[in-house]
Design a protein. Structure first.
Length: 368
């Protein structure tokens, strides 16, 4: 959603709007209708059987003509052909035969409204359903919070819609990671009763202990979606980083920092850990529920250090809940070889755990 300076009309239905959705002059009603139609994958039929209802009445109730009008507007705004846009929609709806990912065309940010509107109400996967809604809120919080850490120039560009992501810099990295950390505390409190019942100290210890794993999992999932064909990664929600432009990262660092050594270390770590694992993420092409399950398993990590017997039991219980719901998720969507698919997902987690451990060793050597 973006605010417009003056009242305009929705290009799909013609009503006055003060906000735009989907990256075009589209009202909220049409936006919600379009997202739901994509998610439900129902076959739409023209009321008049001529696919021309909008030319007679912009406020027509014909769902098919309204849907195709919005699709055409999105096609025009992105500079793609209708064949291209249909291919994108088809790909997003049929990843290994599973549910569509929650992102939509027309906005490079994850579409928060869609994340929450498309949350299923299946009694088979209540935990994943709570996580989906909570993740939508986490995205909104991160986006809004990170707006306060960027420069005035970048903020203005965001507001005008002339920039999608800003380059990560030395000065914004830590504040943005603090936003992610506090957001994760609320995210998991909303998703898991066991986490909510823990003391603040226990919650903090669990998230901090697995923070690198959680943050990098989110980083790579979103980077594959937004930048599938290059080595760009996403350190934060609104920022991007690529090793070939590492100099831009240090534009606001203190003079005392040895930029050459720090840049070499960042390039090495990015290449060894994140770029390699981004390739794995791209190969697997996680669906939304799989990504959420991966976040849950990264938190309830049986290999976490400094957990007592009580915490170990809680970790085991919640890992079982997530893997059981993931099994049900696959079964309800007719995924025949779901054991193989689950193996691919869990391998991503193992790879990320190994990368996190290796990176900690690299950081200790660098400090020495």
């Amino acid at each position: 959603m973006t605010l417009v300076e003056q009242s305009q009309t929705c290009l799909a239905c013609g009503i006055p709007v003060n906000e735009i959705h989907l990256g075009i002059d589209c009202c909220r009603s049409c936006s919600v209708f379009y997202k739901r139609s994509l998610h439900r994958k129902r076959v739409l039929h023209c009321k008049e059987d001529d696919d021309n209802c909008l030319s007679r009445d912009p406020n027509t109730k014909c769902r098919k003509c309204r849907f195709e009008r919005i699709s055409a507007l999105l096609t025009s705004s992105e500079g793609n052909s209708m064949d291209d846009i249909l291919k994108v929609n088809s790909r997003n709806r049929s990843i290994v035969g599973i549910i569509a990912q929650p992102e939509t065309i027309g906005n490079v940010f994850l579409d928060h409204e869609t994340l929450m509107l498309c949350a299923s109400t299946s009694s088979e996967t209540p935990t994943l359903d709570r996580m989906r809604r909570a993740y939508g809120i986490l995205c909104i919080m991160r986006k809004n919070g990170e707006m306060g850490t960027c420069s005035t120039q970048i903020f203005d560009q965001f507001q005008r819609g002339t920039i999608n992501f800003a380059r990560a810099t030395y000065a914004t990295l830590i504040p943005n990671e603090r936003i992610m950390y506090t957001g994760l505390l609320d995210f998991f409190s909303s998703s898991f009763d066991d986490f909510k019942k823990l003391s603040k100290k226990e919650q903090g210890s669990l998230v901090i202990g697995n923070y690198d794993l959680l943050n990098k999992t989110d980083n790579l999932y979103r980077a594959v979606h937004h930048f599938p064909d290059d080595q760009t990664i996403m350190p934060n929600y609104t920022t991007i980083f690529s090793a070939d432009r590492v100099d831009e990262f240090f534009v606001d660092c203190p003079l005392s920092v040895n930029k050459e050594e720090a840049a070499a270390e960042i390039i090495k770590n990015t290449t060894r850990h994140l770029v390699v694992n981004k390739t794995h993420f791209k190969r697997v092409q996680l669906a939304g529920e799989e990504f959420l399950a991966l976040l849950a398993l990264a938190l309830w990590n049986e290999h976490s250090s400094n957990i007592d017997e009580k915490m170990a039991a809680i970790v085991k219980k919640n890992r079982s809940i997530i893997t059981t719901e993931l099994h049900k998720y696959y079964v309800t969507r007719g995924v025949a070889n779901y054991a193989e698919r689950l193996g691919d997902v869990l391998c991503l987690l193992v790879n990320m755990q190994e990368a996190a451990a290796q990176q900690k060793e690299d950081e200790q050597v660098y400090q020495l």
